[in-house]
Design a protein around this ligand. Structure first.
Ligand SMILES: Cc1ncc(COP(=O)(O)O)c(C=O)c1O
Length: 397
């Protein structure tokens, strides 16, 4: 049996795979076993901020494996504390709880909100329409994508959704029993939708009135992807709780939830925990990743190259207005909304040696490694241009 048949035989059929059998990956390229090279504009779903095979991250992992791989959170681990210091240093938040994944960071945030609310008669949780916060039952209660929710009811009680950027609905749904509002400042899975300044302003003004927690889900948009450490920084606000994951572990499973000072004692000893969260090997990789990203001043690099990417895509849109309806996003988180469903476009890009993703049916989602250069943008945009041109010829025949 070949690899694809064995995969189909032994793994649950939860992932639709791209038709590539990976041999290895290096820099911003993935290499297939068939010898083909692919420019990766999806970065392991926003994980590989430094691209692949980064020597500093690899050395940190090997160094920690040689010391110890797991001892449990019952012990003091220098590498875990160093990572926490680094995260607090770049974020300006005082404390972090470490998890294995994004969805676990969301679960921890839900528990913080409920525990905080339990002494204030507040239990309601709000999230936005079209949001994605993960797939465990708590996180899925917040996630508003029918295709992920269907058949998994009942969800957590007292969870409701507010229309994305719908200020009036927000005003109507928030009240004194609201414990927390969960927000992706740039929705990723939902189609790369950027939250409006007006909505954020109203959210924080309602927070002052009704005293609830704002949770920023920065799992996809955080850690320099938007050009700033967190995407909410573009709005000049400070959420109470911030969830992170994806690039945090440099490719190893690692997430975290940051809490601002007034909430730092909500979860006391024994109130929350995990066997693997904050694993020392993942922490070593995370520390190397954060150090490398900040030393390289990656935020300004992303801002500069991200502008070039958006500009190049806007030029493509002006050539093909009948095909591309909108280009939106911030930094290296960009959505190209097409007038047709886009899975076919993604397959055509793959055959041209370029990787991207389709989300929300008709949005080509780009989450390239943060280290891409203008030459990679040129290559990507020219391949996309060729694909769109071929497609337009076929559809106008
Ligand atoms: C905004 C957001 N929140 C939460 C999650 C869930 O993270 P994970 O897949 O690491 O559990 C994701 C994953 O795509 C995400 O994009």
């Amino acid at each position: 049996m070949n690899l694809r048949d064995r995969e189909s035989q032994y793994l649950l059929h939860t992932y639709k795979r791209l038709p590539i059998e990976i041999d290895h990956a290096d820099g911003v390229y993935i290499y297939g076993k068939d010898g083909k090279k692919y420019l990766d504009f999806f970065g392991g779903i926003a994980v590989n901020a430094l691209g692949y095979n980064n020597p500093r991250v690899k050395a940190a992992i090997i160094g920690q494996v040689e010391r110890y791989m797991h001892v449990s959170n019952l012990f003091y681990m220098d590498v875990q504390v160093e990572l926490a210091e680094a995260i607090c240093g770049i974020s300006g938040y005082p404390k972090v709880f470490l998890t294995n994944s994004g969805t676990e960071a969301i679960e921890a945030a839900i528990k913080i909100a409920r525990k905080w609310g339990s002494t204030r008669n507040k239990s309601g949780l709000l999230a936005l329409s079209n949001s994605f916060h993960g797939r465990t039952m708590g996180a899925l209660s917040l996630t508003d994508r029918p295709k992920y929710r269907q058949g998994f009811e009942p969800f957590l009680p007292e969870v409701d959704h507010v229309g994305f950027n719908n200020v009036n609905e927000l005003r109507a749904k928030v009240n004194d029993s609201t414990a927390a509002v969960f927000v992706e400042f740039i929705q990723g899975e939902g189609g790369v939708n950027v939250i409006s300044k007006e909505f954020v302003k109203e959210l924080f003004s309602l927070k002052r009135k009704h005293d609830f927690i704002v949770v920023a889900d920065e799992i996809q948009g955080g850690i320099y992807r938007s050009g700033k450490v967190f995407s909410f920084e573009h709005y000049g606000v400070r959420p109470d709780v911030v969830t992170m994951a994806k690039p945090l572990g440099g490719g190893l499973p690692l997430g975290g939830v940051l809490v601002d000072e007034p909430l730092q004692d909500v979860l006391g000893y024994g109130a929350h925990g995990t066997t693997f969260g904050g694993n020392p090997v993942a922490c070593a990789a995370g520390l190397a990743t954060i150090s490398e990203l900040s030393e390289r001043k990656i935020g300004s690099h992303v801002t500069e190259v991200g502008k070039y990417l958006t500009q190049s895509l806007l030029e493509l849109r002006s050539k093909f207005p009948g095909f591309i309806s909108e280009v939106r996003g911030l930094g290296h988180m960009v959505g190209v909304e097409c007038k047709i469903e886009c899975p076919e476009i993604i397959s055509e890009l793959v055959s041209k040696g370029v990787l991207a993703n389709c989300t929300n049916g008709n949005v080509i989602r780009l989450l390239p490694p943060l280290v891409i250069e203008r030459e990679h943008v040129d290559l990507f945009v020219s391949r996309l241009g060729e694909t769109v041109l071929e497609h337009s010829k076929v559809t106008t025949k």
